[in-house]
Design a protein around this ligand. Sequence first.
Ligand code: UT7
Length: 333
Amino acid sequence: MTASPRSGGERPTPTILGVGAAVPSQLITNADLVARLDTSDEWIVRRTGIRERRHLRETETLAEIAAAACTDAIIDAGCSAAGVDHLIVATITPDRLTPGLAPAVAARIGAPSAGVLDINAACCGFLYGLDQAAALIESGRARSVLVCGAEALSRITDHEDRATAVLFGDGAGAVLVGPGARGRGIGSFVFGYDDTLADTLYAEREGPRLRMAGQQVYRHAVHRMTEAAQEVLAANGVSAEEVDYFVAHQANARIVSAVADALGVPHEKVSFNVEWTANTSAASIPLALAAAQREGHLQPGSLVAMVAFGAGFVWAAGLAAWKDNMTETTRSS
Ligand code: UT7
């Protein structure tokens, strides 16, 4: 059962305790696409930075992949699935229109008393989920919240359209959020939207296929993510130099590069995970966080800035001190 609201005392500091990732086994390289589309490895790499992506097989479900990512995050946190109070799954591509993905994922990981909820904020879904998780922990209404970004974009991609077929991939990433012992934890977020440009990036309900006015989306993505990142740094009283690692939504390496340059963040502190995943919408940021930890870019206490932009248009940015549940002793040992 979920904890009841705290009546008083010090508010818990919400913190990312663990991270996990999972991708389908089917690897689609640029060479695979070149074999059936009028494109080239050179074009894809130069214009997007993407070298490969994963696609679900007909027999696979997104719930399986999402559950694997969640289990990975729980193990990384050293916690148990049975103690998860809420599971928030951000996705635009659940296995079915209804039910959502969260109940199937919770059942698979063994979280029998979790509240289960899907959210759709396109590429920003994970950051919305992270903000909600932080609020639940901070208020004392929960002590363990899983946030998962999971997508099967291959199911809504027009595989005959070279302008979009090369861009999207499938996968899932997750973080476990709980109370931290000390430190900054998960800071405040900023959010924004512009519905007047909804027709530049969308998929209709019937026979859904992602349609995108690429250049227009590109320009707005750079502008909005730069602005949102600047706002979130200011809101948290942090300078760009203090950021240890920067994860922007992994849609295109050129976009990530332009935003990092505008912020003055050197590229060695920036995730370019899009190379291996392509654009996985809500899964892109947690997949990049998992890769960053694996590659040694994130240590307990590292300050991570995250920013996303996608269909809506919707944008979001947040700041978190990585695994800030560690004590000074643990951290320095
Ligand atoms: O997740 C939500 C956020 N999404 C994004 O942020 C994506 C934003 N947009 C982009 O990343 C880029 O606009 C794209 C990667 C989609 C496209 O790159 P671009 O540099 O803007 O290319 P373009 O659309 O202007 O196309 C340039 C040329 C065109 O040919 P012409 O008209 O110059 O002869 C296209 O037909 O490249 C052609 N083209 C391709 N050529 C080879 C488009 N797709 C391909 C392809 N292979 N796959």
